[in-house]
Design a protein. Structure first.
Length: 135
């Protein structure tokens, strides 16, 4: 949940960590942000919870949250959650069930998350308040 520990795969136009969370401007170039190593058993995690706000956009913003495990270390469309965030300037919390849907092995550990906002021919300013694992 420490926003300062997350890394951008390609630098956003601008970014800032504040009391509200991590605020950044995504452009039509693929801007993504990756978590530090999580290394937590998938058997312990019930939900992935994301709280996010769109600060400036004419339209709602779509995005994807990918995850990797020690058994499946590559980003894949088979391990992704899709998110749609309203552009009303308010924080919205989204809960994604992790559970048995992905048929994890007993010794499998969640290793990284990758958040990719989908921005087409425009800029979007958003604040990622938190990404939490709920047990």
């Amino acid at each position: 949940e420490n926003a300062a520990a997350w890394q951008f795969s390609s630098p956003p136009r601008k970014s800032e960590v504040s009391g509200d969370g991590l605020t950044f401007t995504a452009t039509n170039q693929q801007t993504s942000i990756q978590s530090p190593n999580i290394n937590t058993s998938t058997m312990l995690i019930n939900f992935l919870q994301v709280t996010i706000r769109i600060n400036q956009s004419e339209d709602p913003v779509k995005g994807k949250i990918y995850f990797t495990t020690n058994k499946q270390p590559n980003w894949s469309e088979e391990r992704v959650y899709r998110i749609l965030v309203n552009n009303d300037g308010e924080f919205h919390t989204h809960n994604f069930y992790i559970g048995a849907y992905f048929n994890f092995q007993d010794d499998e550990k969640l290793t990284h998350l990758l958040f990719v906002p989908t921005v087409e021919n425009k800029e979007v300013n958003l604040t990622l308040k938190s990404i939490k694992l709920l047990f």
